[in-house]
Ligand binder design. Structure first.
Ligand code: SAH
Ligand code: SF4
Ligand code: F3S
Length: 444
């Protein structure tokens, strides 16, 4: 390869795991067009910002990120593109609003990036692709190639969402549900395992719907059993699961499949039946709590994490108290909490009874305070226990420490060397912190 021809791409990613995974795919695709990744935007020939529009805050980050790159465009003629959910949502409007922008890459347009880039580089055109690929062709455009991380990897099993929770923009920016054929997923996972990947995280906005609309008769639990048999894979996770569609079969899988980790992320959003109804979630607090009980019966060590929204329109003090009550009943291992953020085009944004900003803020702060204590107590309960840790590499803090995760998805830092990367090692937990655990490797 002619090195002088080699170009550099800098990519900044916001939002969820789908976006992180999309950014990995984009990089792999660009490598084939002679681009190498750089962590320094200053030396890049191409800058991409992969965006999220789920709440106002992540959306605003996009505009400030782009502002930082304006100077580079003027000095070096760097090509600048926006991908992801804001790109999908705003389309041409982004090109009009940001004159130094060259490319708008919608959520279904990743496979088109090389052609789009060519149009920008050769013809100097500004390009925007936001069509929805309803055939699902782009799903198979990226069978894994080239280098992959040795430890863990995401695998998309489905895209889009049909749920239309009343607050959520995702179905509008990611389109309708489409599942990937199971053989394609099995092949991808086998391929990753052959390359030494130990942990697979299956991705979808609602993995429980996997299989609907496919020609073959297959559902998510069956896909899990097929993947569980693949040699070399040590751990399987998935995200995200919707409580409404969490089937008894999937609950049973947590008791039966040896590689499926003891962790589930099951967003509850609110503890009030009235608010759940207004959110169009399709379950009640009672049925949610029943499912939690079943999960714990089948798999007593399972860690449960969740998402919650504070200040959904119409949320009264008593609704909020029910949310706190549900949190106390379940005692989640961890909880991601968000202030409700109205999204244009969603039903909840039209409700007149919006909760005041200050109230939302107070409720969020209280949720977070309570959860912080629960998380710490859950972590403290592990002190003295021995956990299997899959080592991922050096910890961010110091190079004396390596870091990894337990099967329950908790981060453990301990003294060790890089040679253990990719191995599952026994570690005794010596100290619990709110966001991580400190351990000591057992050597014999
Ligand atoms: N598909 C996943 C969630 C994707 S969005 C699921 O259904 O579980 C991730 C989280 O963002 C949601 O669970 C919700 O808690 C939060 N969220 C989505 N839209 C929001 C909004 N308009 N305001 C505040 N939080 C929101
Ligand atoms: Fe959004 Fe609801 Fe779909 Fe999750 S299930 S992506 S919250 S619409
Ligand atoms: Fe954000 Fe899009 Fe994910 S809106 S949460 S990046 S699907």
């Amino acid at each position: 390869m002619n090195r002088s021809m080699q170009k550099r791409v800098y990519i900044e990613t916001y939002g969820c795991q789908m976006n992180e995974h999309d950014s990995e795919q984009i990089l792999r695709l660009l490598q084939r067009s002679n681009y190498l990744e750089t962590e320094d935007a200053q030396e890049a020939d191409l800058i991409l910002v992969n965006t999220c529009s789920v709440r106002e805050k992540p959306e605003q980050k996009v505009y400030s990120a782009l502002g930082r790159f304006k100077g580079l465009k003027e000095e070096r003629g760097t090509i600048i593109g926006v991908a992801g959910c804001v790109a999908q949502q705003e389309g041409q409007r982004l090109l009009a609003r940001i004159p130094y922008l060259d490319m708008v890459i919608g959520t279904h347009a990743i496979a088109l990036i090389p052609q789009m880039l060519e149009r920008v580089e050769v013809i100097g055109e500004k390009v925007c692709e936001t069509g929805f690929d309803t055939e699902g062709k782009h799903l198979d455009a990226f069978l894994p190639q080239g280098q992959v991380s040795v430890v863990k990897s995401y695998v998309t099993i489905m895209q889009g969402c049909n749920h239309f929770c009343s607050y959520c923009i995702v179905p509008y920016v990611r389109g309708r549900e489409r599942s990937r054929p199971s053989q394609e997923i099995v092949d991808e996972v086998s391929h990753l395992a052959q390359r030494g990947v130990k942990e697979i995280c299956l991705l979808g906005q609602n993995v429980n719907s996997y299989g609907k609309g496919l020609k073959e008769e297959i559902r998510f639990p069956e896909l899990l059993s097929r993947l569980d048999e693949i040699e070399g894979v040590e751990r399987i996770r998935f995200t995200t699961s919707h409580p409404k569609d969490l089937s008894e079969e999937l609950i049973q899988a947590h008791g039966g499949l040896k590689k499926l980790c003891e962790h589930i992320h099951l967003p509850f959003q609110s503890g009030s039946n009235g608010i759940l109804k207004a959110m169009n979630r399709g379950y009640t607090r009672e049925s949610y709590l029943e499912k939690i009980d079943r999960l714990r019966e089948v798999c007593p060590s399972i860690a449960i994490t969740s998402d919650v929204i504070a200040g959904f329109p119409g949320e009264q003090e008593k609704d909020f108290e029910e949310t706190l009550d549900l949190m106390e009943k379940v005692r989640f291992d961890d909880l991601f909490s968000f202030k409700y953020s109205p999204r244009k085009g969603t039903r909840a944004a039209e409700i007149s009874d919006q909760v005041e900003e200050q109230m939302k803020q107070e409720r969020l702060a209280l949720l977070q305070k309570i959860q912080k204590e629960i998380t710490l107590q859950k972590n403290q309960a592990l002190e003295g226990c021995i956990e299997e840790v899959l080592v991922e590499g050096y910890s961010k803090q110091t190079e004396q420490d390596v870091t990894g995760r337990t099967r329950t998805h908790k981060t453990v830092n301990f003294e060790g060397d890089l040679e253990s990367t990719g191995k599952i090692v026994p570690v005794r937990i010596v100290k619990a912190y709110p966001h991580s655990l400190r351990g000591e490797i057992l050597t014999d």
